[in-house]
Design a protein around this ligand. Structure first.
Ligand code: ATP
Ligand code: MG
Length: 551
C-alpha cells in the first residue's frame, strides 16, 4: 500500500496523535452468503494491515442478519480464507450474537419516539419512499402511540405475525434529500432458521441498524467499508447517537476493487456455481480466494497485488495482468524449474545406444542457485512438444523440422531425419540423430543452433494432466451490462478451460497438492488439490511466462 496516499492511514494516525483513540480497532465484516473473493482480500488487507501497523486489533465479524441467504459452510470457508491470507483476528464475532442487545436498543428507540411499527407492504413502503427529486410520504402508521409500538414490536418478536407483514422503521424524515434517511426499515419479520441462533428469532435487524451497533459494541474505532455505503453514513451516525451507544465508531469509505475479465460479487459468483458454469466456488477460474488458492496463487502474491492497487475513493477496474504480474514475481525465486511436455510427440534418437540411460545435471532454479541441482534421465526415446515440430515450417521457424537441428534443453543437439505417420497421415513419431559432442555444459562451440526445445525422457516420464485457463469473462467493455437484454452470463468465456494430457520429469514423482513449478516455456503450474490422484497428477496453469504488464 502506498502509505503516503492512503487517506485512511492518515486519519488513523491523526486520531492516535490527538488522543482521540488510544488504540484502534477495525473489523472485517463479511456476510456468510458466499465465499470470499479477491475484492474481499482488499478489505482484509486494509483492515488487518492498518491495525497491525498501529498495534491495534481486528475482529472477524460475520454480518449474519439474513438467515435465508446464509450458511455455516460459508462461515467455515471465510475463516479458512482469512487465515490462509495470513491474518489472525482478535475476536471472532457474529452480528447474531448481539440480537438481544440490538432488540433492546430498538425498544429504546421506540420509547424515545424514534421508531414505529409499520403495516405497509414492502411495495407500499417503496412507493411511499419517494424519489431523488420528490419527497416521500408518511405512512399512516407513523404516529402510533409508544404503547402500541412497544406492544406490536414485542409481538413481532414473539412470532405472532407472518413473515413480511410488519416492519419496525426509524422515525427520521420522509422529506430528507438522502433517501436512506426516509424512515429506513430497522427490523423485518422472517420465520427462517438461522445458522447461529436457530429458531430463537423471527425478527431480524437490517444491515443499516445492525452494523453500527455491532461496531459500537466491539469498540471498533474505524469502520472501513466500500463507497456504496457513503450515503448510508448519516444513518450510521444516527443509529449510534439515537441508540445511545457508548462507543462512537467512525465510518470511512474506500473504493471497491474491480478486476478486468471477471465478476466480483458473491451473487454473480454463486450463479456461476449454481448454474454449473464452473466446478464449485474453488474452481481455479474463479476470482474467489479458494479458487485462486487452488489455481496456485500464493497469499504473498495476493497481498502484494492488493497493496499495489492502493487505497482511494475510486474503484476503476484493475487489469487482470497486474494480478498475474505479482504471482510471477512471488514464484520467480521459489518455484523449481522443470520440464513438462503438454502435447507430446515421440522422438526416437536413432544413434543413441539402445539400453543406455544417462543422468543430466541441471540447476533447479538458475535464478536461485541455493535451490541446488536436479538430475534428468535421458535415453533413446523422448517426448517433445507437438508444437515444436513443423513439417513445412514458415520462415523464421527455429524449432524442429526435417533436416534442422535444435538444442534439447540440458541435453544435446538433435537433428530431424525422418517423419513417421500413421495410415491417416498423422505424424506419430520423429526419427532424429544426436551429436554426442554437443552435450550441454561440455563447452561445445563447434556450431550454433537457433532453437532450444524442452523434452522429457519417454521411459521415465510421468503422465500428468494439465489444465490451461483463459479469463472466465470475455469482452470487458460489453460486460458493463449497458445492453439490457444481456447479463454477465452471456459473456462467460466458453474456452476458459482446456485440458491436455502429457508428461512431467520423473524427479517430480512425489509432488503434493499446491506444489508449484515453473515448466520451461509454459509458465507456472500448481498441483491441483481436488482432482490429483495417486495415479495421475493434475496441474493447473497459474499463469504463463509472458507478460505485457508494467508496474
Ligand atoms: P458482494 O457484493 O461480493 O457480496 P459485499 O460487499 O456484499 O460484496 P460483504 O460480505 O458484505 O460483501 O463484504 C465484507 C466486506 O468486504 C465489506 O466491508 C465490503 O465493503 C468489502 N468488500 C466487498 N467487496 C469488495 C471489493 N470488491 N473491494 C473492496 N472491498 C470489498
Ligand atoms: Mg453483501
Amino acid at each position: 500500500m502506498d502509505h503516503n496516499s492512503n487517506f485512511i492511514r492518515s486519519i488513523i494516525k491523526e486520531d492516535l496523535e490527538t488522543g482521540k483513540h488510544k488504540e484502534i480497532i477495525t473489523r472485517f465484516p463479511p456476510e456468510p452468503n458466499g465465499y470470499l473473493h479477491i475484492g474481499h482480500a482488499k478489505s482484509i488487507v486494509i483492515n488487518f494491515g492498518l491495525a497491525d501497523e498501529f498495534n491495534g486489533k481486528t475482529n472477524l465479524r460475520f454480518d449474519d442478519t439474513n438467515p435465508l441467504k446464509e450458511d455455516q459452510e460459508y462461515v467455515d470457508a471465510i475463516k479458512e480464507d482469512v487465515k490462509w491470507l495470513g491474518y489472525e483476528w482478535d475476536e471472532l464475532c457474529f452480528a447474531s450474537d448481539y440480537f438481544e442487545e440490538m432488540y433492546n436498543r430498538a425498544v429504546l428507540l421506540i420509547k424515545k419516539g424514534k421508531a414505529y411499527v409499520d403495516d405497509l407492504t414492502p411495495e407500499q413502503i417503496r412507493e411511499y419512499r419517494g424519489t431523488l427529486t420528490e419527497p416521500g410520504k408518511e405512512s399512516p402508521y407513523r404516529n402510533r402511540s409508544l404503547e402500541e409500538n412497544l406492544d406490536l414490536f414485542e409481538r413481532m418478536r414473539n412470532g405472532e405475525f407472518e413473515s413480511g407483514s410488519k416492519v419496525l422503521r426509524a422515525k427520521i424524515d420522509m422529506a430528507s434529500p438522502n433517501i436512506n434517511m426516509r424512515d429506513p426499515v430497522l427490523y423485518r419479520i422472517s420465520h427462517a432458521r438461522h445458522h447461529n441462533t436457530g429458531d430463537k428469532w423471527c425478527i431480524y435487524p437490517m444491515y443499516d441498524f445492525a452494523h453500527p451497533i455491532g461496531d459500537a459494541i466491539e469498540g471498533v474505532t474505524h469502520s472501513l467499508c466500500t463507497t456504496e455505503f457513503e450515503d448510508h453514513r448519516p444513518l450510521y451516525d444516527w443509529v449510534i447517537k439515537e441508540c445511545e451507544m457508548e462507543n462512537q465508531p467512525q465510518q470511512i469509505e474506500f473504493g471497491r476493487l474491480n478486476i478486468t475479465n471477471t465478476v466480483m460479487s458473491k451473487r454473480k459468483l454463486k450463479q456461476l456455481v449454481d448454474e454449473g458454469y464452473v466446478d464449485g466456488w474453488d474452481d481455479p477460474r474463479m476470482p474467489t480466494i479458494s479458487g485462486l488458492r487452488r489455481r496456485g496463487y500464493t497469499p504473498e502474491a495476493i497481498r502484494e497485488f492488493v497493496k499495489a492497487t492502493g487505497v482511494s475513493k475510486s474503484s476503476g477496474a484493475v487489469d487482470a495482468a497486474m494480478l498475474e504480474h505479482f504471482v510471477r514475481e512471488d514464484l520467480k525465486l521459489k518455484a523449481p524449474r522443470t520440464m513438462a511436455v503438454l502435447r507430446p510427440l515421440k522422438v526416437v534418437i536413432a544413434n543413441y545406444p539402445e539400453d543406455q540411460v544417462e543422468l543430466l545435471d541441471a540447476e533447479i532454479n538458475p535464478e536461485n542457485p541455493e535451490m541446488g541441482m536436479r538430475q534428468i534421465p535421458f535415453s533413446r526415446e523422448i517426448y517433445i512438444e507437438r508444437d515444436d515440430f513443423m513439417e513445412n515450417p514458415p520462415k523464421k521457424y527455429f524449432r524442429l523440422f526435417p533436416g534442422n537441428e535444435v538444442r534439447l534443453k540440458h541435453a544435446y543437439f538433435i537433428r530431424c531425419e525422418e517423419v513417421i505417420k500413421d495410415e491417416n497421415g498423422e505424424i506419430i513419431e520423429l526419427r532424429c540423430t544426436y551429436d554426442p559432442e554437443t552435450k550441454s555444459g561440455s563447452g561445445f562451440t563447434g556450431r550454433k543452433v537457433k532453437g532450444t526445445i524442452h523434452w522429457v525422457d519417454a521411459k521415465h516420464a510421468i503422465p500428468a494432466e494439465f489444465r490451461l485457463y483463459e479469463p472466465l469473462i470475455t469482452d470487458e467493455d460489453e460486460n458493463e451490462e449497458e445492453n439490457e437484454e444481456k447479463t454477465f452470463l452471456d459473456y462467460v468465456n466458453p474456452n476458459s478451460l482446456e485440458t491436455v494430457q502429457g508428461f512431467i520429469e520423473p524427479n517430480m514423482k512425489d509432488v503434493k497438492p499446491y506444489d508449484k513449478f515453473q515448466f520451461f516455456r509454459h509458465g507456472y503450474f500448481s498441483v491441483d488439490s481436488k482432482h490429483s490422484t495417486k495415479d495421475k497428477t493434475v496441474f493447473n496453469r497459474i499463469v504463463s511466462l509472458k507478460s505485457s504488464f508494467k508496474l
